[in-house]
Design a protein around this ligand. Structure first.
Ligand code: HMS
Length: 214
């Protein structure tokens, strides 16, 4: 089942590794196809992953196809998919700079235009929740905004995308703006961009930037 989507999901994991957002077995990506979710197998190093290793589950977590245990975060991914109609892909990482903000228990303020462009809001911080249960998803829902990105307190990052590519882009840009913000606040007390400017940049980016026909 889903041979082509398995290959795309496998490439997504390799892309996250290439950008240094995941290491060895940390993190995971899933995609939703109709009423099924394809997700990374638990505890398999990226170097050993193959497209046939990814596990297909239904939205209740029943294994539809696969001979490996699905990610320890499967319940979290599924709870998010059940509650977010537009969610088509979910990424969890421990990407370094974003996780530094999560460990320091600080949301990431909108300090640069790239942050405003892509996310349009401060990156929120969830309450602490134990790994491997729906608790993380419930904590995410309490703070999730339009960006679809949440810092998991003391843990890492959860990204909700409208597609696999959207989720990958958000994960990459999040690490970039987290790094910029980290070094900026080491040099000075940076002033966040004004709310109306953030909204203007976000709208412009999502309607006119790139090949948008807006
Ligand atoms: O964050 C954690 C463990 O702390 C896990 O979500 C993650 O590193 C990877 O687990 P899986 O290999 O997807 O089961």
């Amino acid at each position: 089942m889903y041979e082509e989507m398995r290959k795309q999901l496998h490439e997504a994991h390799l892309t996250l590794e290439k950008y240094g957002l995941v290491a060895y077995t940390s993190g995971n990506v899933s995609v939703k196809v109709n009423e099924h979710v394809i997700i990374k197998p638990s505890g398999v190093p990226y170097s050993l992953l193959r497209p046939e290793d990814y596990v297909v589950v239904d939205l209740d977590g029943n294994i539809i196809e696969g001979n490996k245990k699905p990610s320890i975060d499967t319940a979290t991914h599924l709870h998010l998919y059940r509650g977010i109609e537009w969610a088509k892909s979910i990424i969890h990482t421990h990407s370094t700079f974003a996780t530094v903000w999560a460990v320091a228990e600080k949301p990431i303020p909108v300090l640069c235009t790239a942050h405003a462009d892509v996310f349009g809001e401060e990156i929120p911080l969830s309450e602490y929740a134990p790994v491997g249960s729906e608790a993380i998803a419930k904590a995410v829902f309490k703070v999730l905004g339009k960006s679809g990105v949440v810092l998991l307190r003391k843990h890492g990052v959860m990204v909700v995308g409208s597609s696999l590519d959207d989720a990958i882009k958000k994960a990459i840009f999040l690490e970039e703006v987290a790094r910029i913000a980290y070094f900026a606040q080491m040099m000075t007390v940076p002033v966040p961009l004004a709310k109306d400017e953030v909204e203007r940049l976000y709208l412009q980016y999502h309607t006119k930037y790139g090949q948008n026909k807006g």
